[in-house]
Ligand binder design. Structure first.
Ligand code: 5AD
Ligand code: SF4
Length: 428
């Protein structure tokens, strides 16, 4: 979602004549788009800001002015506090207000002082942003933002605000802009994408996600549709059926379970049991037997016992995930879990994470190895040093050594090598 937001920030600033640069030292405006979801990401912000300050000072010596900006959830969470703490910060904008950046930057330039906005106005944001363009062959498109789930460890409902769905018309217009400017693949984004319920094209009735897939799939030139992130029990039967019926919808689903113990899930305020989760997995596999499933995991949630943790390992054995993201629980300010008394010692978390990651990596390796000798259609998106790489339908990273101009194309690749992190082979 932050990658998407950063692209939209570039769109917004382009209206003021700003262009993207790959060199920090060339930038008149440097911005960090921040994440507050875990302690580690949030902590990095202030050291990065320090680095920017050094560049600003070096540029000042050559007579160049530089503006430093902060965007995203850290601004939303810390607000004025972050602003007061970092004196050299010139503009700060929350994730729902970045459409106001051009105005804020202009005000700052005209000596109206430092600018901060951290309001929840996401409907206005999408109404005001200028048109967008693809910045590669695969593009992100936010269809839904915010979350009403209030998992007890999570800051998202406090930083991104309550759940909001964009209209089908708005989404389709943006999807067409992306395809017209080179996107072959679109990843539809939402913190809780399955609860998307935007206004349909008749302007009267709301649509569900499966209906949206159907309409997006009709866009000529678009080859692949993906979506993330799914809340396990919010997936409807028609979305599951779409995995069987819509060719452009890729056989991949990110389905975070977080933990494999019902007691922990309950304490996390997740609205499902392990059994219910596994039933969703079964239904998905019945509809689309080859579907790749990925998940997020949190280890060391307050009160998690060794026996609870063993249950997480058992789920991993049962589901055989194609990919996964796993994290040590970190207490986030303002969340109910941060106040729970039975916090887990760091050493236990470190140990559990290592055990879990070893198992997840072995699963991922086995999944990738199952494609040895087989052929996979790969959308090529990147080229460097004589290698072209792209993604299989199952979101595996596939490398090919060739000088052929493959970028932006889908070609069948015969897989000759497989590791936990990637595949390689030859174009057939
Ligand atoms: N500690 C650790 N991981 C977290 N996540 C969200 N909040 C926390 C937290 N407080 C993880 C969840 C979520 C992913 C995006 O980040 O696994 O699915
Ligand atoms: Fe956070 Fe996801 Fe839970 Fe929403 S569903 S509160 S975004 S973990």
């Amino acid at each position: 979602m932050n990658v998407y937001d950063s692209a939209r920030i570039l769109d917004a600033m382009a209206a003021l004549g700003y262009e993207e640069t790959q060199e920090m030292t060339e930038a008149d405006l440097m911005m960090i788009n921040t994440c507050h979801i875990r302690e580690k990401a949030s902590d990095k912000v202030f050291s990065e800001l320090g680095r920017m300050k050094e560049i600003k000072e070096a540029r000042a010596k050559t007579g160049k002015q530089t503006m430093i900006g902060l965007a995203g959830c850290v601004v939303q969470a810390l607000g004025e506090e972050a602003f007061a703490k970092v004196k050299y910060l010139d503009v700060a904008v929350g994730p729902q207000s970045y459409h106001l950046l051009p105005e804020m930057v202009t005000r700052f330039e005209r000596n109206h002082g430092r600018q901060i906005v951290a309001d929840f106005t996401s409907d206005e944001k999408f109404d005001t942003l200028p048109s967008t363009k693809a910045r590669g062959f695969s593009a992100f498109l936010a269809i839904q933002e915010g979350c009403d789930n209030f998992c007890s460890y999570c800051v998202v409902p406090y930083t991104r605000g309550c759940e909001y769905s964009r209209s089908a018309a708005e989404i389709l217009t943006e999807a067409r802009q992306l395809v017209a400017t080179g996107a072959q693949e679109i990843m539809l984004l939402g913190q809780n994408v399955d609860c998307w319920h935007g206004l349909g094209l008749d302007g009267v009735h709301e649509w569900g996600l499966a209906r949206l897939f159907e309409e997006v799939a009709k866009i000529d030139g678009l080859k692949r549709i993906r979506y993330t992130t799914s809340y396990p029990v919010d997936i409807t039967d028609d979305v599951i059926a779409a995995h069987r019926d819509i060719d452009k919808l890729m056989p991949y689903i990110h389905l975070p379970i977080q933990a494999g113990s019902d007691a922990v899930l309950k304490a996390m305020n997740r609205r499902y049991t392990v059994d219910q989760y596994l039933k969703v997995v079964d239904k998905l596999r019945a509809a689309r037997p080859d579907i790749a499933i990925s998940s997020d995991f949190i280890v060391g949630f307050p009160g998690e016992t060794d026996a609870d943790f063993e249950k997480t390992l058992a789920v991993v054995d049962e589901v055989r995930y194609a990919q996964s993201y796993s994290f040590k629980y970190s207490a986030r300010p303002g969340t109910p879990a941060s106040l729970m008394r039975n916090q887990i010692p760091e050493a236990v978390k470190v140990n559990r994470l290592a055990v879990l990651q070893e198992k997840l990596l072995a699963n991922q390796k086995a999944f990738n190895e199952s494609f040895m000798g087989k052929s996979l259609p790969v959308l090529f998106v990147e080229a460097h040093d004589g290698q072209v790489s792209g993604y299989s339908p199952y979101l595996q990273n596939v490398h090919v050594t060739t000088k052929a101009p493959l970028l932006g194309q889908i070609k069948n690749v015969k897989i000759t090598r497989a590791s936990a992190s990637s595949l390689s082979g030859d174009v057939i």
